[in-house]
Design a protein around this ligand. Structure first.
Ligand code: SAM
Length: 213
């Protein structure tokens, strides 16, 4: 099947799941085949995760859509992502924030960060910056953030991430080691609200406020 036909079918299937219009529009614009290894290009628009090297994965399209939906991303938002992986999810968020917004994304593997940078450059995204390091510590120099997207599973919410989220801001984070749930956190002036949004499967967050290697 041609890649653009497969892309269209992926968007149709996400639409049937009830994904919001803006997220569908963003995912329609991002060429996912730029973000998967050359030998898996034919599977770029199939709704499953794919290996990207270093034992890591690019998340399934429906998971990217669900997380973007829950974050309620607005044009102009400054977003922190923990786990850049291939750079695909960052590209979708870059479409949602537009030219006024910015995505800061952290990856612990230098090789993956370099590939993600190249993928984003080829796809034409200039409002995404990739950092190499332990994302469980956040990125204090660029904080505070309107949204935080954590794409690896943590033991609990890393305190630095909560500190670096604006009041009124939202974070999605998978929590658990082998049995995981996706949590939606909203930071309010008087504390946080936490909603569990269902079971997920993510690679672990490895770091100071994550799991040990
Ligand atoms: N968002 C990615 C994409 O669009 O391809 C998928 C991310 S993958 C499911 C999770 C990523 O989190 C992996 O690339 C992994 O190396 C990274 N990771 C795990 N612990 C991390 C940490 N402490 N800091 C930064 N990245 C981390």
């Amino acid at each position: 099947m041609e890649l653009d036909t497969a892309h269209r079918r992926m968007i149709e299937s996400l639409k049937r799941l009830g994904v919001k219009q803006e997220v569908l529009r963003a995912m329609d614009k991002v060429p996912r085949h730029y973000f998967v290894p050359e030998n898996r290009k034919h599977e770029a628009y199939v709704d499953h995760p794919l290996p990207i090297g270093d034992g890591q994965t690019i998340s399934a399209p429906h998971m990217v859509a669900i997380m973007c939906d829950l974050l309620d991303i607005e044009p102009g938002n400054r977003i922190l992502e923990v786990g850049a992986g291939s750079g695909y999810h960052a590209a979708v968020m870059a479409e949602l924030v537009g030219e006024e917004g910015k995505i800061y994304t952290i990856e612990r593997f230098e090789g993956l960060a370099a590939t993600a940078r190249e993928n984003l450059r080829r796809a034409g995204y200039t409002n995404v910056e990739i950092f190499v390091g332990d994302g469980s510590l956040g990125l204090p120099e660029a904080a505070p953030f309107d949204r935080i997207n954590v794409t690896c599973a943590a033991p609990d919410i890393p305190p630095p991430l909560l500190d670096q989220l604006k009041v009124g801001g939202k974070m999605v984070i998978p929590i658990g080691r082998y049995v995981q749930d996706l949590h939606l956190i909203e930071k309010r002036a008087d504390g946080i609200s936490r909603k569990i949004k269902g079971g997920v499967v993510f690679v672990p967050l490895i770091g100071e406020y994550g799991f040990k290697e």
